[in-house]
Design a protein around this ligand. Structure first.
Ligand SMILES: *Cc1c(COP(=O)(O)O)cnc(C)c1O
Length: 466
């Protein structure tokens, strides 16, 4: 299995070589040269596997330069009951509508699912190569804490995580900034998430700086994360069906298009997925694309701070991987579109619009603050279950796309404890906080506050890199 770039300018490389890189050298994103296929018999033979063992099977399709027994050891460590007391449970809400519980890990958000594997595989590959790596990333909340919890104390890795100052919940801040491990560096930038991401892109795009400081990425463009996310679509399908060929739909609260991209790939691999329901909040660039065929990211000044903050994203960093498939895997076409995007601020694929649903199964909808509150309240009243604001966006949009006889799994992307303010506004009560996190708010915090300037960040990395 070799990997290529969506822009066609990279010699094919094995998994372990792309693992430690961010963008491909031509500015594109990496993808497998060809996608493995899953037939019905293979899927049926996986029904009784534990999550960790299923993960080793699925990831083994994408990783052939790590021995299967090493991979299995890593997935068993990443998905142990120490890390995930429960792993990806299906939680029924009402007939035909369930949550897929992806937020049972240390940071109470779905990003732990991929990141815990990434922590294992980074440490393994770095030790094997006798290398060090400095992770530079940007987070609007959950990526940062998931990365830090997966990499804290790991040998050979340091983390430099940029976050938008004052735009995360108190819980998210406490979660990240309370880590005292020497290899974890939190940098709060005066700006929005997209500006943090721009700084990361600038520094990672400076090839001299990048190689001098051995920069790597764990943002959602990292292929290993996408691969690890494919696992829970297979798992969710296995849990929601009894036999071959039965279809399931997934609803996905979306921001950077990483989570739902994994669903797209699972579907392309042959998992019987009917609809991929993309849910956005008020930052509805992706919803607009699926309704019009025009992709028009917005500037930072038009990116709203909402009550589902992890989806406050106006440029979806993984979208190019889907565009690559949409244009028939024609890398030169992708290059033209990305040039157009840079020059005109948008591109137009409306000619392909009929394929979005018919060929690829995508439908989309948006949710507002009022929708979020109403959905949290209604789900709580009807079922007794508390959901977080992001999951509420998913449930809101999923409800418009329910079909008789087709189970709908809404990906539960965070637990309500992370977003107490909104939960109180919706229900009048604070959500329960897991015992292990009761004293989180009292723990001392460690964070570097900086102006929105790539040079300041570069300077800090220079002084603290491994
Ligand atoms: C990251 C995140 C999302 C968005 O996922 P993408 O992969 O960026 O589309 C949604 N909800 C929560 C809680 C998140 O942390």
């Amino acid at each position: 299995m070799k990997y290529r770039s969506t822009r066609g300018g990279m010699a094919p490389l094995p998994f372990c070589d792309i693992l430690l890189e961010g963008l491909a050298p031509d500015g594109g994103l990496t993808l497998p040269q060809s996608l493995p296929r899953l037939d019905a018999a293979t899927l049926e033979s996986w029904r009784d596997l534990t999550y960790a063992d299923l993960a080793a099977k699925v990831l083994g399709l994408f990783i052939d330069d790590i021995a299967p027994q090493d991979l299995l050891r890593m997935t068993r460590a990443a998905y142990s009951t120490d890390v995930f007391p429960r792993i990806a449970p299906v939680k029924p809400l009402r007939d035909g509508l369930s949550l897929l519980g992806l937020s049972e890990g240390p940071t109470l958000a779905f990003k732990d699912m991929a990141m815990q594997f990434l922590g294992q595989v980074f440490e393994f590959v770095l030790a094997q190569r006798n290398q060090t790596l400095n992770i530079l990333g940007a987070t609007s909340g959950d990526t940062g804490s998931a990365a830090e919890y997966a990499l804290r104390g790991k040998r050979g890795v340091a983390v430099f995580m940029l976050s938008p100052y004052g735009r995360m919940s108190a819980f998210q801040r406490a979660q990240m900034y309370s880590l005292q491990d020497a290899n974890i560096h939190n940098i709060a930038v005066h700006g929005v998430f997209d500006e943090c991401q721009d700084i990361v892109k600038t520094l990672a795009g400076d090839l001299e700086f990048k190689s001098a400081h051995r920069l790597g990425a764990v943002n959602s463009i990292n292929w290993a994360r996408i691969a690890a996310q494919i696992v829970y679509y297979v798992w969710g399908w296995l849990r929601a069906t009894q036999g071959p060929g039965q279809q399931v739909s997934f609803a996905v609260p979306s921001g950077n298009f990483g989570n739902i991209l994994a669903g797209h790939l699972a579907r392309e691999m042959g998992v019987p997925i009917r609809r991929l329901v993309l849910a956005t909040n008020e930052n509805n660039v992706l919803e607009e694309f699926f309704h019009t065929g025009i992709y028009r990211p917005r500037p930072a000044s038009q990116t709203y701070a909402t009550s589902s903050p992890s989806m406050d994203i106006s440029r979806a960093s993984n979208f190019e991987r889907f565009v690559f498939d949409l244009v028939g895997q024609d890398a030169s076409r992708v290059r033209v579109l990305m040039d157009e995007l840079r020059q005109a601020g948008q591109f137009d694929l409306s000619a392909l619009k009929p394929q979005f649903t018919d060929r690829y199964g995508f439908v989309a909808g948006a949710s507002s603050h009022a929708d979020r509150l109403a959905t949290i309240r209604a789900v709580h009243r009807e079922t007794g279950v508390l959901i977080d604001p992001h999951t509420a966006d998913g449930v809101k949009v999923a409800q418009a796309h329910l079909e008789p006889g087709i189970p709908m799994l809404v990906l539960e992307t965070a637990l309500p404890a992370k977003f107490a303010e909104t939960l109180i506004e919706a229900t009048g009560e604070a959500p329960p906080v897991p015992d292990a996190l009761r004293d989180l708010g009292q723990r001392p915090q460690r964070v570097e506050v900086m102006d929105c300037d790539a040079r300041l960040v570069a300077d800090y990395v220079r002084r603290h890199a491994l």
